[in-house]
Design a protein around this ligand. Structure first.
Ligand code: ZN
Length: 397
């Protein structure tokens, strides 16, 4: 099965990846059990169930709470009797950016806020910072920005950049799962303290809300609400819609039907021939070998003369092979002087989807057809063998 997945973009706004689920894959793919939703991990989203908001404490303004020795989200949540879903996790990072005027590079702080139980997705972060290099902040950098040690970091008391261009200031990227949430609990930027009543957009102002969260299996499909699954997969094809970006920048022009010069719209189509073959083998194999879909198998049918010394069998085998070939099938004739068992084993091993065993029953106008995928056997009249395979074609091609 090939999954058509939304994926990251290259120089254009749209791209489609064609993926095959296989444990041997190098990518992770999120897909819906029910509808056709599928996306690469770096693009996937899910519908979150609503979280019960905490009641505001006191006057609703941020209020410090003493949390001595409680550093992890789980510890603090348990200590305060709340859910990690009602907490904010802060991740302190640094990027490097170039000064447009001087061309010199300089470091810039980027702080990420996520819901307490969520995991950050590196690929999404990379998209959020436009591909700039990102690394975790070092101890001294944390102290400089937050005036507090790791474990108690939060958004209060820092002047965040209003937008990406706001020079010099640290950037605060808040995950979309926190947008619209109220009365959250996060670090107070003070050792041994957290703070209640944190409301994004009110008690602190993010530079931007972005999607940073990794989807986890079992969450709800964004389209239909059914359960999402995550599998490893291999990418076998990729289409990019490049639009006019490169044709404009390279000055490429073609003539339209009126003879007028226009910039052509561009697309990029990639297909992984070897990956398709290995993915097919990964999906369809047993202890005796593998089988390929007839549409990509080098041969669709192998005709096996079970006893090539028998003249009638030899003649019938050649006839069948010739007939099928004339009807447009790719046929391999195995008339080697070998035992039938050896021939059957070899045929199973190399993945030919159908095997025709030509044996003693030729005198009754009958051969046996074996389907490699299911090992299902069927007696077929030699006089009707072409029609038999033609009848299978719509299903197998
Ligand atoms: Zn769905």
């Amino acid at each position: 099965m090939v999954i058509d997945a939304h994926s990251g973009a290259m120089g254009g706004s749209k791209s489609q990846e064609f993926m095959v689920r296989t444990p041997a894959g190098e990518d992770q793919i999120v897909s819906c059990e029910k509808c056709s939703y599928a996306a690469n991990m770096e693009k996937a989203s899910s519908k979150l169930s609503p979280v019960e908001a905490l009641k505001p404490e006191g006057d609703g303004q941020p209020a410090e709470v003493h949390t001595p020795g409680q550093k992890t989200i789980e510890d603090v949540a348990q200590f305060l009797g709340v859910s990690p879903k009602q907490m904010i996790k802060a991740l302190a990072m640094m990027t490097t950016e170039e000064d447009a005027k001087t061309g010199k590079t300089r470091a810039r702080a980027v702080v990420l806020l996520m819901r307490g139980d969520h995991q950050m997705n590196e690929a999404k972060l990379s998209t959020a910072v436009a591909g700039k290099e990102v690394r975790p902040m070092q101890e001294d950098e944390i102290r400089e920005l937050f005036q507090a040690p790791a474990g108690y970091l939060g958004p209060l008391g820092i002047e965040w950049a209003k937008d990406e261009k706001d020079p010099g200031k640290a950037i605060l990227l808040v995950d979309k799962a926190l947008e619209g949430r109220v009365n959250l609990i996060g670090g107070a930027n003070k050792e041994g303290y957290h703070v209640r009543n944190l409301t994004p957009g009110k008690t602190f102002h993010p530079t931007a809300y972005v999607d940073l969260r990794s989807v986890t299996a079992g969450e709800d499909c964004p389209n239909c609400g059914a359960s999402l699954r995550i599998d490893t997969a291999v990418e076998i094809g990729h289409i990019f819609k490049l639009g006019y970006k490169y044709s404009e920048s390279m000055g490429a022009r073609v003539l339209d039907h009126n003879g007028k010069e226009v910039a052509p719209i561009m697309g990029s189509y990639g297909i992984g021939i070897e990956r398709i073959l290995t993915a097919a083998v990964e999906q369809s194999n047993d202890e005796n070998g593998f089988w390929l879909p007839p549409s990509i198998a080098p041969f669709e049918v192998v005709v096996v003369a079970t006893n090539s010394k028998d003249e009638a069998i030899g003649r019938a085998s050649e006839d069948i092979a010739r007939q099928l070939e004339a009807a447009g099938f790719d046929v391999l004739l195995d008339d080697r002087d070998e035992r039938p068992g050896v021939k059957f084993k070899d045929a199973d091993l190399v993945g030919i989807p159908f095997r025709v065993n030509v044996g003693k029953k030729v005198t009754e106008d009958t051969v046996e057809v074996v389907r490699r995928s299911t090992l299902q056997r069927e007696d077929v009249k030699i006089s009707a063998i072409t029609e038999y395979f033609q009848g299978l074609r719509p299903a197998t091609r």
